[in-house]
Design a protein around this ligand. Structure first.
Ligand code: NAG
Ligand code: NAG
Ligand code: NAG
Length: 497
């Protein structure tokens, strides 16, 4: 073997360094996949089919109040709610509230949350096991909830050094239609959305040993905020339960009192917003009107006395030891609970056995409140929320005039009726599908559903529905086209009826 010369050694070292760098970059690319996101925000164009880009993206958006009515007009779905309370219980596994594998939660757990359980039993709330994507740590989960997009693992690195969320998201959309927002709780929200909140009280998530003050600092403003009508979105983010987990795990002695505290908050908000206590007389009349209408006219009649939507979510679950971050069932089993003015579910099982994805929150809330779905959303509308607002298909289509008369005379003109018809449900799904198609087309440049020609064989009804086969792309475009055809034929039929 020839002796190693100086230049030979240098060459070897350089080669080794290069090989190492290549290795590291391969690892980084594989482990931290950089997710390409679409820049910009969804605007009025999102209410048009993707193949009709009529809006010039460079034209500035109208001022908030105009934009709000423009969206309402374009979306063709009258908003069911005016205001939203989003309560985040950090680290609460959905299992604690909804049970697991068709079994209700243990007696200790149901006893700890009696009010929430009674809402579920009466069908006044509907819960979902909402699968969260890893990493199951707070910041990326909040981002997923408000943008409907799934971040990469790189977000973990940013979790402690949070920066403003620049991607299209619900809060930005709400802000653009002039919503006033209030945030109480985890200051991560303030870092993600600097300057967006009219009032806020951020608590630091740094002192994990503190399980009392973190939540007291949120609840102390609750009475004040619930009595004010100057906000459209109230975010409450309770960190205590997560801290209890970090200290003593799922079975910590502090867990039951913490669950009870959260249940009290749910009760307070529900009684104050959905069922105003100082309005007992009105409530009685309201119940009377519903009873009369259902007895006399056999209607399942839906109206919302106070148009406040109340959604309880958790950002992630926890393992038995109270840890989180990974992708086990215990960590990804997060909660979404819609607590309504309307009856959402017919029985306990249908209120608790539902599954969804955490990203589905974003499109569902966007469609409920009449703002465009964020651009990078991969979530799908939770259709039951819309269905429960739908009057019974077999009943009379229009709210009965006499009922409206009774309601308005007993309860004042401000009690308006809200009904979401099948058309609007279908419309909501259509808007969701357009947004997803736009995203797919941007991510897969080869996908060309627009140029898809209609030479498929026609079925009996001559709709032009074709059998789908071929590559994944072709299948997808074919299915999309079929859905589009069915949708328009359904619309034609209902119009001509
Ligand atoms: C969009 O509007 C800007 C200014 O209003 C104009 O310069 C541009 O040509 C328009 N683009 C299209 C595609 O119409
Ligand atoms: C709660 O509020 C008090 C008084 O404003 C403050 O001193 C304390 O640091 C807050 N606690 C947390 C956990 O943010
Ligand atoms: C009805 O709503 C209007 C505007 O929101 C308000 O000014 C009025 O006081 C309300 N009336 C009643 C009876 O609550």
């Amino acid at each position: 073997m020839p002796p190693l010369t100086c230049s030979g050694l240098t060459t070897c070292s350089i080669a080794a360094v290069i090989v190492q760098m290549v290795g590291v970059s391969l690892f980084m690319l594989g482990f931290f996949p950089v997710k390409p996101t679409l820049s910009g925000v969804s605007g009025p164009e999102s209410f048009r089919p993707p193949d009709h880009e009529v809006y010039n993206l460079t034209t500035p958006l109208p001022p908030p109040t105009h934009l709000k009515s423009l969206y309402q007009e374009l979306s063709e779905i009258p908003p069911s709610f005016d205001r939203l309370i989003l309560m985040v219980i950090d680290g609460l596994p959905a299992e604690f509230v909804l049970g697991k594998d068709g079994q209700p939660p243990s007696k200790a757990l149901t006893d700890a949350m009696p009010y929430t359980q009674s809402l579920l039993k009466n069908g006044m709330a509907i819960g979902y096991h909402a699968k969260a994507a890893p990493p199951t740590v707070t910041m990326p989960r909040l981002k997923a909830m408000v943008s409907g997009a799934i971040g990469g693992f790189l977000d973990v690195a940013f979790n402690f050094n949070t920066q403003a969320l620049l991607d299209d998201n619900l809060l930005g959309q709400f802000f653009s239609i002039g919503w006033k927002m209030v945030m109480l709780g985890d200051e991560t929200w303030l870092k993600l959305f600097p300057g967006l909140f009219t009032r806020h009280d951020g608590v630091s998530s740094f002192y994990v040993k503190d399980t009392v003050q973190v939540d007291q600092n949120v609840s102390r403003h609750l009475g004040y905020e619930l009595n004010r009508d100057d906000w459209d979105l109230l975010i409450l983010h309770y960190l205590g339960l997560d801290h209890v987990g970090h200290i003593g795990g799922r079975n910590s002695v502090l867990m039951t009192p913490k669950l009870m505290e959260m249940d009290e908050v749910v009760k307070m908000i529900h009684l104050n917003t959905i069922v105003p206590q100082d309005d007992i007389k009105r409530q009685t009349l309201l119940v009377g009107a519903i009873l009369i209408s259902s007895l006399l006219f056999g209607l399942s009649f839906v109206f919302t006395p106070q148009t406040c939507a109340y959604v309880v979510v958790s950002d992630h679950g926890m393992t038995d030891n109270g840890n989180h971050g990974g992708s086990s069932y215990e960590e990804t089993d997060s909660l979404v609970l819609f607590i309504g003015p309307t009856k959402y579910a017919s029985d306990y099982a249908s209120a608790t056995h539902n599954t969804a994805y955490q990203v589905d929150i974003a499109p569902t809330l966007a469609l409920l409140f009449g703002v465009p779905i964020p651009k990078n959303n991969v979530g799908v509308l939770i259709a039951e929320i819309f269905t429960s607002l739908t009057e019974d298909k077999n009943q009379i289509k229009k709210p009965n005039v006499i009922v409206v008369f009774i309601v308005q005379n007993c309860l004042g003109p401000n009690f308006t009726t809200t009904t979401i018809s099948n058309d609007q449900q279908l419309r909501a799904l259509e808007l969701n599908s357009w947004q997803l198609l736009r995203l797919l087309e941007a991510q897969l440049p080869g996908l060309s559903c627009r140029s898809f020609n209609s030479d498929g064989f026609s079925d009996d009804q001559g709709l032009g529905i074709s059998k789908c086969s071929g590559s994944m792309d072709e299948m997808f475009c074919c299915l999309y086209r079929n859905a589009k055809l069915l949708h328009s034929s359904w619309k034609l039929k209902t119009v001509s009826r």
